[in-house]
Design a protein around this ligand. Structure first.
Ligand code: BMA
Length: 334
């Protein structure tokens, strides 16, 4: 993918570099595509299967308001989706009571050491939303590990390999003092510790004040883990979900190397502006093209549909070099 050479005018007539380019076929999946009755499809985990097929594990909200997952597969990642005729992964509250009010927002990481996909997701328990883990080889049968981070916690993904011998999980606990990104480590995927604050929500009027969270799983680059995160701005007419960029040390991922000041993607198109929840762009997954640079970012739009935007990893890193800051405290306190 070639980097845009000049600043283009985006759909709202603003001048800034279009780092994430919306696909003209957006939204690529809506409830009209579904083989069974649903309210909405959004916030999908994404991965490439061994044969190159794109698999989206879509969050489906049923007409009770509870969510489950349904897999959609496509050869080109844009259209021709083959959607499972029935839910792929349903909440299982008899065995896993934390799933009583549904399962939401899956993130997928292929783990070469295990030769399995790790799916982390929000399990909505009576005690609030927590983080659960399941492993799968084929997105047909799943081995559940249960809750690995108790409520309130969300927006998690497993790193694809051990860091200094330990598995690493990014997640987002919520506290009255703010919702920040943390990273925790485990020897066996069951027992988690060595919790570290990874990225703080800023304060005051910033676009990412008070509440942030991991969006898709981190992208491993030679320069570090490239992280797309969402910032939630509370306004008198509701929340605004936008995306920002940060880079973390490869062998010490709690160490932030660079963080951008402005958001790089926010709700502008009609399908992002209007839906069950207005003004939301919420990616939970990406796939990498064979060129090793172009990423396909799948995002939930307004909690109603799935849309696709493409970006160049090289261009994102260049943008961070030009617009990122090393100094955490400076950006938090101004
Ligand atoms: C967040 C998550 C997402 C959702 C977003 C906007 O808290 O629950 O699933 O897309 O809110 O409603």
């Amino acid at each position: 993918m070639t980097a845009p050479e000049t600043t283009l005018i985006n759909v709202e007539g603003q001048h800034y570099p279009p780092l994430l380019l919306r696909h003209p076929a957006n939204p690529i999946l809506t409830r009209k595509h579904w083989p069974y009755s649903i309210n909405s499809v959004f916030n999908a985990g994404a991965t490439l299967l061994q044969d190159g097929t794109t698999l989206l594990l879509c969050r489906i909200e049923d007409r009770r308001g509870l969510s489950h997952f349904c897999a959609a597969r496509s050869v080109n990642g844009v259209d021709g989706w083959q959607i499972d005729r029935e839910p792929t992964l349903m909440p299982s509250p008899n065995d896993f009571p934390e799933e009583i009010w549904g399962i939401e927002d899956p993130r997928i990481t292929f783990v070469p050491e295990l030769q399995q996909y790790a799916v982390t997701y929000t399990s909505y328990s009576r005690g609030g939303p927590g983080v659960s883990l399941a492993l799968t080889k084929d997105f047909r049968s799943f081995e559940r590990y249960g809750v690995i981070m108790p409520p309130d916690d969300k927006d998690s993904a497993l790193l694809p390999r051990r860091i200094n011998g330990y598995w690493a999980l990014i997640h987002r606990p919520m506290t009255p003092l703010g919702s920040h990104m943390w990273i925790s480590y485990s020897p066996d995927l069951h027992h988690w510790g060595r919790h570290r604050l990874m990225l703080e929500a800023r304060r005051g009027a910033w676009w990412d004040a008070n509440k942030i969270g991991l969006s898709p799983p981190p992208i491993e680059t030679s320069r570090g883990w490239l992280v797309l995160y969402h910032g939630v701005r509370h306004t008198p007419s509701g929340c605004l979900y936008r995306l920002g960029l940060a880079l973390f040390d490869l062998e010490k991922p709690e160490k932030c190397l660079l963080r951008g000041d402005s958001w790089i993607f926010g709700p502008e198109a009609d399908y992002e502006r209007n839906g069950d929840v207005n003004n939301v762009v919420f990616p939970c997954g990406y796939t990498m093209d064979p060129d090793g640079d172009t990423i396909n970012i799948y995002y939930g739009a307004a909690d109603c549909s799935i849309a696709l935007a493409r970006a160049s990893v090289r261009t994102l890193l260049e943008w961070l070099d030009a617009n990122g800051s090393f100094d955490r405290r400076r950006s938090q306190d101004v």
